[in-house]
Design a protein around this ligand. Sequence first.
Ligand code: AHR
Length: 548
Amino acid sequence: MKTRREFLQSTLAGTAVLCFSRFPSPAASSADAKIEILLEETQGTISPNIYGHFTEHLGGVIYDGIWVGPNSKVANIAGLRRDLVEHMKKIKAPVIRYPGGCFADSYDWRDGVGPTDKRPRRTNFWFFSDQSPAKHKYESNEFGTSEFARFCKEIGAQPYLAANLRSLPAEQFYRWVEYCNSPAGSTTLADERAKAGSPEPYNVRYWGVGNESWGCGGNFTAQEYAVEFRRYTAWVPGYGKPVNFIASGPNGDDVTWTKGFLEEVLRKGKEQLNSIYGMGLHHYAWNLSRGKTNDWDKGKGDALQFDVTDWYELLREGQRLEPMIESHWQAMGEFDKDRHVKLVVDEWGPWYRPGSEATPGDLLEQTPTQRDAVFSGMTLDILNRHASQVAMGNCAQLINCLNSLYLAHEDRFVITPVGHVFDLYSGHQGAEAVRAVFSAPEVQYDRDGKPATFFGLNGSASLRGKDLLLTVVNPDAKDARETTISLAGGAAASASAGVLAASDIHARNTFANREAVVPHSAEVAVRNGTITHLFPPASVTAMAIHLA
Ligand code: AHR
């Protein structure tokens, strides 16, 4: 049986079919659903960084995805794919994690700086796939720190760099910080940065100290990693600006890692907590075997060919993030009474078996459908509901990879249903989360002959002055949900909604059909301060409510 850890280990070593069904046209369920928004029960400010992204030197993410090169015929801004930059600006992308992932712990940042034609070619961490083109297997280093910093600057996003703890000494971590953050003219590395076009420092604030250090990032125990974390973060120069270190956190629900790490770090005293801004948490929804196996290869489902049970099973796997956040948060509280350390969910998304790549040969690329849109809305709602515990989220990964917002190849570019969800939800960034109570009959479905249930309606709400944003997912694959929305502590004056729905749960956008799934606007009925609304089946809705 293979686990994700072993999959990544073997990488290190080098090495259902199914019925497509169309829905009946949306029919209102006879069941009543209710959403009550408690305007005075605030849950903390939603960090804009919850809407963050993740980019790795993996398959088609960097080369062909982000970077087309300055001499390309593809529309670009000094080598960066223009369409991508423009849409990321539109969704107000706040932060981007780079250069991995597992790649990060194999990467020497010095390979990616200096004149492009002098940069060395290296074997990429993800070199093992026979199908991948050479440019993905052998790293040209054409895209490195300064290109990434420029990408972030064009978008207005903050960079989040993941440092190599497995195969570079701590000194190289300090030097990378120096290259990025030392003041203009102050150091040899600042001069090198100036030659790459930026005399002014990049002021990189977020630094990951290794990645998945329990697996591809060094195969450490929590205690061993804690010792390394202390060493790597001790006396890193700050150059007068905040530097926030993010520790490599647990694999999914492994609370023993969280506790073991914090216990060992604190062996040197309580003040050690000051060097931890956040603990990373990764959760991939991959096991669609309906409880039959935990094998990493056998348990995965197909991105495009799935039945209604697979639809709910994926959502159920994704929903596990909520208790995971709560159990890690509780464990962290045993060591961090003042709640200094936050959670950073820096990899999340569904992970299917290969086969749905828009560009054959792009490793780990999959084509998102309406299922992934609902999954993504549900996940962003979970993060919003934990605004006081979660400082950042990074969807894995931005383009040409797992739960991508975009697919691109040469001059073709398409926004996936996931990309549209980020657009619909962008208004939550920086707003005050308020409690919303959802009551709806559970969805019933058949899990291989046994009855199973899933929530009927869920979402999150946030307030900015008199503007309330309510986001809702209706996971029911068949039925629309007629819902009453009431506000405690206020009244609605007017409302409108953006809706992402599709009559086929498998609907997706492709290079040939780029607008199969796009948001449409819907009217919202407001009467005496209360709203009634029909949420279509299998949909994601963002409702903007203006308060009286
Ligand atoms: O996102 C793909 C891989 O998944 C990342 O490189 C790694 O951190 C995780 O296991």
